[in-house]
Design a binder for this molecule. Structure first.
Ligand code: ATP
Length: 426
């Protein structure tokens, strides 16, 4: 049911939830009046008004009953008493037990590694939501699990087109999401993996190696384990990429959401791998399907948020630089070998990992460029990125480029990576 606004109260029985889609134009205020309730694993503070931005879709769930007060308009809001949350919290309990078992063991004991959970399933099955719940429940108990986001389409940690990892030290803020300040980010540059599957795999491998290194030196992180969120692409090459991610991160718990077939396929493939559990879980009836247009919109909002903050609370800087201040590269696409070097009749295949310098021209207008941490061009593919800039003008005559960056001052490196991620500032 949609609501036009005004303050109203909703009483929730135990183990039920209030599902909300905030209206398109105005934020929604909400507070917990009594009882206890959580949003995707994070407890609501009592009596404190929270403001949710337009279009956000979420649920307020209570284990023991609660009264919620809302102020503002919604696209829909309704209560549901059927949720899969008991099965989700049971998974959490099993993970907790494994963390406790891992913690006292010395680092050279393979069992000192806590659970490495990977969440897989079709699009709109609630993967990101389940990942958040598991992370927030773990953080609430004092663990520091690592969140790995392999979903380049939406990006729960940073902007779309990237894969990233970050330690979660506190339950995830239901409004702000994951703090953007310390993640380890690799720029893939596209929002669909099929653009360059090889590059995607290479980046997943790089990310896994660095996370592995960071975790191995820290008993607490190691015992806390990981939660890995994946893409909804589960057919053909997408399926291969899932298996690749499971393997690369040495996942030992695979949670399959909402699809029997995928569960049985993965279980069959992994049955000879001892120590890997493949668990089937129900999709929540509350998960909202998002069409291509909505996804495009939320990608755009995510980029806006990177530069301007969720509540317009950041002030990005417009900078002007000379063409010669930067070297821009693109990964993949170019021919692998000259035609003359190939057997007669053979077509040169595009080398997916070829690093090609990009001429700065107006084609770069409105694109997002990643700022690489690489010291030399040949390190670009294996380097993570410091952040992003947005190209707002290219002056061919003056040979200058104007870009928006999160802050003023020199960029941490002169190596920039271009992809196909664009943005129209709105
Ligand atoms: P993707 O296809 O991008 O991989 P996903 O499987 O990760 O999607 P989510 O992002 O978790 O799916 O969920 C889709 C949307 O549904 C999100 O906006 C999320 O906040 C919302 N959602 C999930 N669970 C609920 C619920 N119980 N009640 C209301 N909204 C929900």
């Amino acid at each position: 049911m949609a609501h036009g606004g005004g303050a109203r109260q909703v009483k929730l029985d135990r183990e039920s939830e209030l599902r909300i889609e905030v209206g398109n134009d105005a934020p929604l205020k909400l507070r917990l009046l009594n009882g206890t309730a959580e949003i995707f694993g994070t407890e609501l503070p009592p009596d404190f008004w929270l403001t949710f931005p337009p279009r956000l879709k979420f649920a307020v769930f209570t284990w023991n009953g609660a009264t919620i007060e809302m102020d503002g308009s919604t696209e829909t809001d309704y209560t549901a008493d059927e949720t899969p949350n008991i099965s989700y919290v049971n998974v959490h309990a099993v993970l907790e037990e494994r963390r406790h078992r891992a913690k006292p063991l010395p680092p050279d004991d393979p069992n000192s590694q806590g659970p490495r959970v990977i969440v897989v399933g079709p699009t709109d099955s609630g993967k990101s939501t389940l990942s958040k719940m598991l992370l927030s429940w773990a953080a609430k108990k004092g663990w520091k699990p690592t969140f790995v986001d392999l979903d380049i389409g939406q990006g729960a940690i940073t902007i779309p087109g990237c894969i990233a990892a970050t330690p979660i030290e506190m339950p995830i803020d239901p409004v702000e999401g994951i703090p953007l300040d310390i993640p380890l980010v690799y720029f893939y540059g596209h929002t669909t993996p099929s653009n360059n599957v090889d590059l995607y795999k290479v980046l997943v491998k790089e990310l896994a190696q660095v996370v592995e290194r960071q975790i191995s030196g820290n008993a607490e992180s190691r015992a806390s384990g990981m939660v890995i969120n994946t893409m909804g692409w589960i057919e053909g090459q997408g399926y291969e990429l899932l298996l690749h991610a499971i393997d690369t991160f040495n996942a030992n718990v695979v949670l399959v959401l909402g699809q029997e077939k995928l569960w049985s396929m993965i279980r069959n493939v992994l049955k000879n791998k001892p120590g890997v559990d493949v668990v089937k879980l129900q999709k929540s009836g509350g998960v909202v399907s998002r069409n291509a247009k909505f996804r495009q919109k939320s990608r755009s909002h995510r980029i806006r948020e990177y530069f301007y903050g969720l509540a317009n609370d950041l002030s990005p800087h417009s900078n002007i630089a000379n063409f010669s201040d930067f070297s821009v590269f693109r990964i993949g696409g170019g021919p692998q070998a000259p035609r003359s070097a190939l057997p007669i009749g053979a077509e040169p295949a595009a080398d997916p990992l070829r690093l090609a310098p990009v001429n700065i021209n107006r084609d770069l207008l409105h694109t997002i460029l990643a700022v690489s941490f690489a010291k030399e061009p040949d390190q670009i593919i294996s380097s993570n990125v410091a952040g992003f800039v947005f190209v707002t003008d290219v002056d061919i005559q003056r040979k200058t480029i104007t870009y928006l960056a999160p802050s003023a001052g020199e960029l941490p490196s002169k190596y920039l990576i271009a992809g196909t991620v664009t943005w129209l500032e709105t």
